[in-house]
Design a protein around this ligand. Structure first.
Ligand code: ARG
Length: 576
């Protein structure tokens, strides 16, 4: 059920009856419960057109709008707002329908094909915290889109090509004389450092490295097979991280930079033919007057270096064309940190001029801020190195394990390990997902692992609370009677929230903002806690009908929490 959409429909019907067509229908959530749950505030804007006072228009709308089934009360307030108070009977009814529906009442959207480019680590090095946000946020967005019925094509645009591979392959070739690739590459960070030292200091090595690049790009077989060995091991490292993170990416989703290599020359010749790219000091560049500086000089977007080499930008143009043309993407979402915003803005302008995308197809760069340490500086190890993701995740599980062991519980050692994993990984993911992605955020173990506040452990715990309620009541969720009756204000508030789930996932899919879902789940869990305090279920003397109605609401809370956490890629537990 999408209450927001329903109200918009009903208000727009009412306006049509009044002879007003195509007017904006501003319906928003009310700021305070005494103003009802939703508010229509379009009357003010119509005053001029209808030559009437806004309050009179609002009164008129209230008279004709068909909301008898949905609203218990409509009132005109202030200069001409219409407050909508939702009807308890209708709410109860909708909650019952949701409980009977495996999709908990969420309708599918008209299907779109959506390409989501996320994670996309550089294979020359180990995956580090810089790729945590894109991986986690991207995976949540993908799951929400799929839940809403869209066709999602994951594209892991791995950095598996480029000049640094010359240095890496020359070093690998030497190492393979003594050991196998898996051993040589067991620590990519070390491997990269060694190769770099040789490149900088060892005589003749840099030349060999350059030779390897030329050979690799020329399709030399020995070189290609070395490269394949390298990226194979490196991909396996990333897969370890994905598995630990419970992220849905597989090898089939990899469409790395190398996959576009064959098409880069075509991209350049097309840009030249269309007069979009021109020669400038030996390089091929596109001037972008739309992004001129203060003096009016157009931005310069290089698509081919003077030596003939291609760039990150060239690959992204080829990728754009492939996604719009071959994959038929209605939307392309790309998740990277905000420092790449200009690059994607330029790429979009150039690609559209070249006709690599249709007008209606969207190109949406979804930027995010950086992960900072508690000192407010970019997150680093104590010695100033980059933090490897695998190590960070292992530490999370270890810390969660210690915290759980301190709590009062009757978990076996195996169960404890399982809980520690779900809570530790859940905490890291949720800490990231719950922040508005556009801002930097501070990484802090204590807050993210806290059982209080907007955290994964709090939500996981709320879920186990509902589950244990059913165990104590001796009632099975699947077979219990569903007859909801809403009386108390906490029941009312809880049911409204439960029915807002669809509205919330709709926003996440539109804006690629999982934090909206996090905030919602936190509000839902908190509303459940208040309801639980105010509306007893297991106390003696509670009428069976009342108890069952409240249990039914609780069951819908459990399904909504579990569906929501599942979309965020966070696992739930039966007890903790
Ligand atoms: N490999 C890049 C990086 O680590 C991210 C790639 C994002 N996707 C793209 N189509 N450029 O920064």
């Amino acid at each position: 059920m999408n209450i927001h959409a329903l109200l918009i429909n009903r208000f727009s019907e009412a306006l049509e009856t009044m002879g007003v067509e195509n007017a904006p229908i501003p319906v928003s959530r009310s700021a305070r419960p005494e103003f009802g749950e939703y508010q229509f505030n379009g009357a003010m804007a119509l005053a001029k057109q209808l030559r009437q006072k806004p309050r009179d228009i609002a009164e008129k709308i209230v008279e004709i709008v068909k909301l008898d089934d949905v609203a218990s009360k409509l009132e005109v307030a202030g200069p001409g707002f219409i407050n909508v108070h939702l009807n308890n009977e209708w709410l109860a009814n909708q909650c019952e329908l949701a409980l009977h529906d495996p999709r908990i009442g969420v309708a599918k959207s008209p299907e779109q094909t959506v390409v989501v480019d996320y994670s996309s680590p550089n294979l020359a090095k180990e995956m580090h915290v810089g790729h945590l946000r894109t991986t986690i946020i991207g995976d949540a967005v993908v799951k929400v889109l799929e839940f809403l019925g869209h066709k999602v094509i994951r594209q892991n645009h791995m950095g598996d090509w480029g000049t640094q591979f010359g240095m890496l392959l020359a070093h690998l070739s030497d190492k393979l004389e003594q050991e196998v690739a898996e051993t040589a590459l067991s620590d990519l960070e070390d491997f990269y450092r060694e190769a770099k030292v040789r490149f900088d200091d060892e005589e003749g090595f840099a030349d060999r490295a350059r030779e390897y690049v030329v050979k690799l790009q020329g399709g030399d077989e020995k070189c290609l097979s070395l490269w394949e060995k390298f990226i194979d091991v490196s991909i396996a490292h990333s897969e370890d991280v994905y598995k630990k993170l419970n992220v849905s990416l597989t090898r089939a989703d990899i469409m790395g930079e190398s996959a576009y290599n064959h098409d880069l020359a075509n991209v350049i010749s097309e840009l030249k033919e269309k007069g979009i790219a021109v020669e400038d000091q030996g390089a091929q560049v596109v001037f972008i007057p739309e992004l001129a500086d203060k003096e009016g000089n157009p931005a310069v977007y290089i698509v081919q270096k003077s030596g003939g080499g291609y760039l990150y930008a060239t690959t992204d143009l080829a990728a754009m064309r492939y996604r719009s043309g071959t994959l038929n993407a209605d939307r392309t979402l790309i998740l990277t940190d905000a420092r790449q915003a200009l690059h994607f803005k330029q790429t979009e302008i150039v690609g559209r001029k070249a006709g690599f995308m249709e007008e209606a197809q969207t190109y949406e760069h979804c930027p995010f801020g950086m992960m900072l340490g508690s000192d407010g500086k970019p997150f680093k190890t104590r010695t100033g190195g980059t933090v490897k993701l695998v190590e960070l995740l292992d530490e999370a599980v270890e810390r969660a394990g210690k915290l759980i062991a301190e709590r009062d519980n009757d978990l076996s050692a195996d169960e404890l390990a399982e809980v520690a994993r779900k809570v530790g990984i859940g905490a890291v993911k949720y800490a990231d997902l719950s922040k508005n992605r556009t801002t930097d955020y501070m990484f802090n173990w204590d807050t993210m692992l806290s059982f209080e506040g907007n955290t994964a452990p709090y939500l996981q715990y709320a879920y186990t609370r509902v589950k244990s309620l059913f165990r104590k009541a001796g009632v099975a969720i699947e077979t219990m009677p569903v007859d909801i009756n809403i009386v108390e204000k906490q029941e009312h508030a809880l049911s409204v929230l439960l029915l807002q789930f669809e509205e919330v996932v709709g926003l996440v899919s539109r804006d690629a903002t999982p934090h909206v879902l996090c905030t919602y789940l936190y509000e839902l869990a908190s509303a459940f806690m208040s309801f639980y305090e105010a509306c007893p279920m297991l106390k003696d003397g509670i009428e069976l009908k009342v108890r069952d109605s409240r249990l039914a609401l609780s069951a819908l809370v459990a399904s909504t929490l579990s569906q929501g956490l599942n979309l965020l890629g966070i696992e739930t537990l039966e007890k903790m």
